[in-house]
Design a protein around this ligand. Structure first.
Ligand SMILES: [Zn+2]
Length: 171
């Protein structure tokens, strides 16, 4: 993980501010996080695509893509047909580019990265994890459910793998 501790703390603060602005307080957050609220809050439109849609513009850019972000278009593109937990993580990752990376104007993501991109991608992943799995709530449910990964990940609407990574980052 190349994301520094300082960056992680800033990202936690960013996601906490967003959730507080939406839900009033972190105690009032309903799980799983409804990304429609977050999209509305950030002013981003969600556009679903299938790569072989004949009406899809710039089709060549979207072939292996799960999600994409356009700053000028104020939009997030999401490939149709992903399982819900994967889709939520992808959307949250793209929102992360919007919030964290002012220099990114357009990005397509297939989650196989080249080295120069990896820092920003890991930051966007950390943002997604922090947004979908707020630290204080993860810690609370971890205690309540005795660390039952299956149950906790279902509550947060994320994959077991994503929850496992989040738990190890919060230890
Ligand atoms: Zn990305």
């Amino acid at each position: 993980m190349v994301v520094t501790l300082n960056k992680k703390q800033n990202i936690e603060k960013e996601t906490e501010n967003i959730l507080q602005a939406i839900y009033g307080s972190i105690d009032c957050v309903e799980l799983p996080i409804d990304l429609n609220y977050v999209l509305k809050f950030t002013g981003l439109e969600l556009i679903r695509f299938t790569p072989n849609d004949p009406n899809l513009e710039h089709k060549e850019l979207f072939q292996d893509v799960l999600g994409a972000y356009s700053r000028t278009g104020k939009a997030i593109f999401i490939r149709d047909g992903q399982i819900p937990s994967r889709e939520a993580f992808t959307i949250a990752h793209e929102i992360g580019h919007h919030i964290l990376h002012e220099d990114i104007h357009f990005r397509t993501d297939n989650f196989n990265y080249i080295d120069e991109e990896i820092e920003k991608e890991q930051e966007a992943n950390y943002f997604a994890a922090s947004l979908l799995m707020p630290d204080c709530l993860v810690k609370k449910y971890k205690v309540d459910y005795g660390g039952d990964l299956e149950k906790i990940s279902l509550i947060f609407g994320v994959s077991k793998q994503a929850m496992q990574i989040r738990l190890s980052n919060l230890d």
